[in-house]
Design a binder for this molecule. Structure first.
Ligand SMILES: Cc1cc2nc3c(=O)[nH]c(=O)nc-3n(C[C@H](O)[C@H](O)[C@H](O)COP(=O)(O)OP(=O)(O)OC[C@H]3O[C@@H](n4cnc5c(N)ncnc54)[C@H](O)[C@@H]3O)c2cc1C
Length: 550
């Protein structure tokens, strides 16, 4: 009698352990340094607790489930009645509950809608950065809810009514009138079929109807349609205006929002993004009639900040996965982490993230102090679009490079890199695409030139003696003051963001990192791929130890 063949043909070895059950804060030295440097040292213990909770294997598994099980539109019920609701996987609701419990949708505001004291922005950004490493789709309504308060502040009567529900941390996914719910979320509808950038071309109409307006038209992208209320743009008699449109009318009837379809998206799949039509929808005016762009831009400034934080978070998770893998995978009898060319790649990426995190957190500090400090307000105004542009542009290539560090295992859906890669481009597209951000920087210089020049001088003072800074500044100044053609806008804004990153590193006391960043990103225009910057072995070891403790 012969032996039956054994089913197992081989032993699995030379695989990296999964990067999970980690403290997303304590394992991230650049984040810790940036938090301390920007006034949030008192948050360290709470952030570590947060980092442990969000870094569990279970959270990572939930992130996968929320994205594998995309939301579904239920336009009608079984009997043909319209219901216009979206159903989400329980994992999505779990993330919403956790993020709202942590206050990510409201912790930068006081109960009356005024800005909370510093370091609320930095403290929130650190948490947001960690959440973005785990699940991004649910962050869309979280971002919009927190940002909406800035626009609602222009209509105190509406804000006072809504603020108790916005401030609540008890997530309530039920489809009911907002006043019956424990907490509400807010979304935003600007983009129409004929234009998202040029919102002045909006065709949606708003007719005055006593103490409110009736809105008819459409939005081509309106994300998180299960929000309880939307800030939308529509043409009123005096021009484009901003409105607050609830899902339910004050009499308790479902409002005239008809969800037509959900977008079939490249990434951001746990989040629903709808196409919607408004049929005589009830809405309140927010801000003055005809000042819709001015009003909603208050909200958009904050959503842009979140795009940059989220992109940095995606980069962080990608880098952590890459460093973890290369430390454990052996090729030709040597760990990948010890192969000189692989070390050059991961070290270059670690340096990129050092500058990115310092830059983003320094910008959040400007937002923390903008209400009381004109210099910080000018910094926030000039640098927010520059940072949004640069960080969101850098993220997709960064995540792709991290994916390649894992080889074939990086490319499959069971791992996280494929999802991070599909997620990365959206932050550059929404809330003002790349060129639009660069035009916004040029506009800030044209309209508020003195304030913008002061910002440049501050940046120059911080890092004047570092390589490439003098030439970089001269180029930026020439473009911003109109001596160079508009087509050089991207080149100037990129240098501006890099310069601000160097200044942020200097200000946080990281002189060695600032010098490396300036030498490799401003003075030298090296190769296009990571791993081409001249980083010696000592510097590489230093960078990688900071990125992820061995
Ligand atoms: C997943 C997803 C969710 C979204 N959710 C929402 C939402 O909830 N609410 C909402 O209102 N919108 C939403 N949007 C829409 C998004 O904000 C728009 O797609 C974006 O603003 C760009 O508008 P557009 O698509 O009409 O492109 P266009 O405005 O046609 O722009 C196309 C390109 O031209 C560039 N461009 C524009 N003007 C100039 C110029 N003067 N010079 C040089 N280049 C220029 C832009 O940078 C862009 O790259 C969402 C989009 C996506 C992808």
């Amino acid at each position: 009698m012969s032996d039956l063949p054994r089913f197992e043909t081989h032993e699995v070895f030379n695989q990296s352990p999964p990067y999970q059950d980690v403290d997303l804060f304590a394992g991230d030295q650049p984040l810790q340094d940036a938090v301390r440097a920007n006034g949030a040292a008192g948050e360290v213990d709470a952030l570590s607790e947060f980092g442990r909770r969000w870094g569990t294997a279970d959270m990572m598994a939930q992130g996968r489930l929320a994205n594998e099980n995309a939301p579904k539109l239920a336009t009608f019920d079984a009997r043909g009645f319209r219901q216009d609701i979206v159903e989400f996987h329980p994992a999505y609701h779990q993330f919403m509950a956790q993020s709202m419990q942590a206050g990510l949708h409201v912790m930068t505001w006081n109960g009356d809608g005024t800005p909370a004291a510093a370091p609320a922005e930095v403290a929130r950004a650190a948490r947001y950065y960690m959440v973005a490493q785990i699940e991004n789709g649910h962050m869309c309504p979280i971002t919009m809810t927190r940002a909406s308060v800035a626009a609602l502040a222009l209509e105190p009567a509406v804000m006072t009514r809504l603020m108790p529900k916005i401030s609540s941390r008890r997530y309530d996914p039920s489809f009911r009138p907002w006043w019956e719910k424990s907490a509400i979320t807010l979304g935003m509808g600007m983009t129409e079929k004929q234009g998202g950038t040029d919102v002045r071309a909006n065709t949606t109409r708003a007719e005055p109807a006593g103490d409110h307006y009736r809105i008819t038209g459409h939005k081509w992208f309106m994300s998180a349609p299960m929000c309880d209320l939307f800030l939308v743009l529509a043409q009123a008699p005096s021009g484009l205006s901003c409105f607050a449109m609830p899902r339910f009318r004050p009499d308790g009837q479902v409002n005239g929002l008809r969800l037509q379809r959900l977008k079939d998206k490249l990434g951001n799949r746990s989040n629903a993004s709808s196409e919607v039509e408004f049929v005589d929808a009830f809405a309140w005016l927010v801000g003055a009639e005809g000042r819709g762009v001015r009003t909603i831009i208050e909200m958009v400034q904050l959503t842009r900040l979140d795009c940059a934080i989220a992109s940095a978070g995606l980069m962080r998770m990608a880098l952590a996965q890459a460093v973890n893998h290369t430390r454990h995978r052996t090729v030709f009898q040597k760990r990948l982490a010890d192969q000189p060319m692989m070390r050059a790649v991961t070290a270059d990426m670690a340096l990129e993230l050092e500058g990115t995190v310092a830059l983003v957190m320094r910008l959040c500090r400007s937002f923390d102090h903008a209400a009381r400090n004109p210099a910080e307000a000018a910094r926030a105004r000039l640098l927010a679009p520059a940072v949004k542009y640069w960080v969101c542009k850098r993220a997709p290539a960064f995540v792709y490079e991290a994916m390649e560090c894992l080889g074939g295992n990086g490319y499959v859906e069971e791992g996280m890199l494929a999802r991070l890669y599909r997620e990365a481009p959206v932050n550059a597209i929404w809330e003002g695409s790349g060129n639009v951000m660069c035009l916004d920087v040029l506009r800030a210089f044209a309209r508020e030139g003195d304030a913008a020049r002061m910002v440049l001088q501050d940046l120059a003072r911080a890092c004047a003696d570092l390589p490439g800074v003098a030439d970089g500044l001269a180029f930026i100044a020439a473009v911003l003051k109109g001596a160079e053609p508009e087509s050089n806008g991207r080149a100037a804004v990129e240098r501006l963001a890099v310069l601000a990153a160097i200044a942020a590193l200097v200000e946080s006391g990281a002189a060695r990192l600032a010098e490396m960043f300036a030498r490799t990103r401003l003075a030298a225009h090296g190769g296009a791929a990571y791993g081409t910057a001249p980083v010696d072995i000592g510097a590489a070891v230093y960078l990688l130890d900071r990125a992820l403790p061995a």
